[in-house]
Every structure is written in C-alpha cells, then in structure tokens.
Design a protein around this ligand. Sequence first.
Ligand code: OOG
Ligand code: MG
Length: 263
Amino acid sequence: EQTDTEWNAARVADILLTAERSRTARTSIQHEWPGLTLDVAYAAQDIALADRRSRGETVTGIKLGLTSRAKQQQMGVEEPSVAWLTDAMVLPTGLPVPRDRLIHPRAEPEIAFVLGRPLTGPGITAAQAMAAVDYVTSAIEIIDSRYSGFKFTLADAVADNNSSGVYVTGPVLRRVDEIDLSLEACLLEVDGDIVDSATGSAVLGHPAEALAFAANTFGARGVTLEAGWVVLTGGMTDAVAVEQGSRVSAHFTSLGSITVAGG
Ligand code: OOG
Ligand code: MG
C-alpha cells in the first residue's frame, strides 16, 4: 500500500533523472503526490544537481522558465521559475540537436546574459541586475520535458529542472548599454517559414526583470549567481518541435542569428 511517507524530494529527483537518462516520459508527479510543493520541487532540483555534479558536470549558469505570456499560455503555468544549467547541456554551435539523447525536444529563442560580477538576492532590482552583466547575447534553448506531452504543474516542471535539455548561445556579444533589450526583436523560422516573433519586452517586460527574479529566487535558496554564469532569461515565443532533419533558426535584430538542425 502506498503511503504519503514514501514520497520525498530525493525520490522525486531520482524518478526524474531516471526518466531523463532512459528517455522515458511520465505523468505529473504532483497529481500523484500533492505533497510536491514548490519548496520540495526546488529541493529535488538541488538533489538532481548534486547527482549531475557527482558525474563530473559543472554549473555553467541558470535558466528561467515561463517568463513570457506566450510560454505561460502554451504550458498553462502562470508563474516564472528558475533551474540549473551545466556543461553537459552546452550544444556547440553547428552541432545537430542530439535527438537520440532526448525525448521530444522543442526549440525556443531566448535572450541570454553572462554575468561579470556576482549577484546575491533577495532585494535585487532590474537596474542592479543589469549592473552585474558583462554582456548580452542570444540563445536557442532546446527544452525536453520528462512529462508526457509537456503536461505538468509549476512544481512538476521545477522538479524537472524546468525541462532542461541543451542550449546554444549566439554569435554576437553586446554590452547591455549598447542595445534596448525590450525592443530587441526575434523572428523564429522553421524550415524556411517564419512561424513566430517577439521582442525582449515579452520577457517580464524586460529581460533584466528576469535576471532580477533569478537573483532573488536563488537568493532565497542561499545561492549567489556567480561571475561567468550564463543566464537564459526564458523563451520569448512558443517553443517549436525539433523534428529529425528540420532546421530551426532564431534571427535577432542586434544579436545575430542561430540555427539548429534536428539530428
Ligand atoms: C518549461 C521550461 C520553460 C522557458 O524558457 O520558459 C523554459 C517548459 O516549457 O517545458 O525553459
Ligand atoms: Mg527556456
């Protein structure tokens, strides 16, 4: 007989890491175990990170989830959240999306920061966040939920490291005072068709707000965002499926273009 005491953050982390490594999607954990609160989900995220580190992975930065209305409406979750990025998630420019390691990859265009100084919340404002940025660039994140059909609650997604898969960063680096990030536009192209577009204002009004949110959310967990870390500020548009042989490009006004191909 299953009792509530069989569930805890460590078990949630183990279930989701096993799903990731065996490329097997599952149903919502929170529906099975309502005790999966946001706090427990973040604890599971940290336990999974310890496991990734024990396998030699190192933290390269962090990512935000569900910072745009497009993403929130697509996923049915109304609140942003944060998660970890490691070196195992870096996709070098030009390499195909490793679909053989993923379950059902989707691509989304993002604005990314690289920090020049550490940032410790809580209490960080968007202006303070921007002052810690070394440079801004573009990114395509390839997300890959461990939940069937990407059907999850906020806590489910947080426990699953916000559907982390792999990410590729763009060819152009800019100082944050060189461009207006709320007006920075992106066209999303799939196999030659423009399928979506957005500007940086889609990301909580300005991507700096996402960075401040990350500093404050991690700060509440006792984590400082370190100099050198990449911060993916969240998908600007709906995510699109990466099919075998298909090409997804993100064209930014000032931050260049990135193309990924489904391997
Ligand atoms: C959750 C992860 C969201 C983003 O940029 O919003 C995310 C999901 O949509 O599966 O990475
Ligand atoms: Mg993302």
